[in-house]
Structures are given as structure tokens and as C-alpha cells.
Design a protein around this ligand. Sequence first.
Ligand code: ADP
Length: 209
Amino acid sequence: MKNVAQERRQPYVIWHEGYVQPEDFERRNGHRGAVVWFTGLSGAGKSTIAREVEWRLFEMGKHVFVLDGDNVRHGLNRDLGFSPKDREENIRRVGEVAKLFRNAGMIVLTAFISPYRKDREQVRKLLPEGDFLEIYVKCGVDTCIQRDPKGLYQKALRGEIPEFTGISAPYEPPEDPELVLDTEQMSVEKCVDAVIDLLDRQGILHLSG
Ligand code: ADP
């Protein structure tokens, strides 16, 4: 019923274009807005790398913000669980929020497992080409189990957490990401350098002239 009502209302919801356009934010900020989407298993290093990149960009005077999976699930998405449908909705909402931040001229770094390829592709479609950068934080499940920074793998292996990605729920790696960070081979610092370099090459940071 709710969807029908929503559909009926849609034609009367008018999009209001602002006077301040993305290029105005870009001129003032000295960089473009963009969404940098980290995906990978729990414990692969998404949050660690995103936080370090945030700090580096902040120190460079860039407008940057991290949207972190765990934090968003405490608030905006606290009504959602981990079924495929709820995971889809989780990523859809985060994609929309990331788009708003990007429209406000910011570099948004998102750290979500986002295990399904089609959900990530839906977010890519929300944004202009070149403004969505998918980064695969690659790490084997055995190493993630060893790291287990939040103790979740131990619980999942004991069967205490159902639908845990990599143990009892699938993870679909990106087929053509803008960047792969193999955190079993690369230090955190090397990963951060590679992300900054990617942003520069994509013309987001305006560093190389
Ligand atoms: P995720 O956000 O993907 O769930 P976290 O960033 O919370 O992962 O945890 C990753 C863990 O792996 C941290 O304890 C971090 O210190 C460790 N780690 C070891 N090597 C790396 C690396 N090269 N990059 C990122 N994290 C690493």
C-alpha cells in the first residue's frame, strides 16, 4: 500500500535546482566532489585506510568525510539487518547520502562491506562518470580471521552471527574497480598513497597543475 501511495505522490515532488552549482563548490574548495567507495571483507582494512586518507586530505585542506558502515547502522540505517534485501537497502541509502555530500562539493570516503556487485553498480549509476571511484580492499578471508579486529569472525565461526560475509554469506569482488589495494602485500601508508594518487590522476584534487 505504501509504495502505491508513494508512486502517486512522486509526480508532485518537484526537484529544486540550487543557484550554487557543483563548479562553484569546486572553485571555492579547490577540488571536485567525489565518492570514493571502499569495498571488501570485514577486517580487510576499509575503515583503517579511509580514516588515514581522510586525515591526509584534511591536512591538505580538502573537504572530506568518512561514512562508515558501523556508524551508519547506529543511526540512519538502524532499522536494517543483514539479509540480502536489507543489505541492498543499506547500500542504496548510503549511496544517496554519499551523492548529497558529493553534490555539496565534498570528497566522501565510504567504508562498507557492500558485498553485492549489483548494489555497488546501482550507486555508480547515481553519479556522473568519474565521480564514483570503486576501490577493492583485497584481503583473503584467512588473514581477516587472523586479524579479527572486532572479534566478529570468532563469533561467526561459532555460528553466533548468521549471514556473516565471507563465512556464511557471499562476497562478490568488483570486476573492474578503479583501484585494488592488496592489504596483505601493501602497508597502510602505501595504500593511502595509492588512493591520493588515484584522486590526483582522476583530476579530483587539482594537485598536478
Ligand atoms: P574493515 O573496515 O575492512 O572491516 P578495519 O579497518 O576495521 O577493516 O580493520 C582492518 C585491520 O587490519 C586493522 O586492525 C588494521 O590495523 C589491520 N591492517 C593490517 N595491515 C593493513 C593494511 N595494509 N591496510 C589496512 N589495514 C591493515
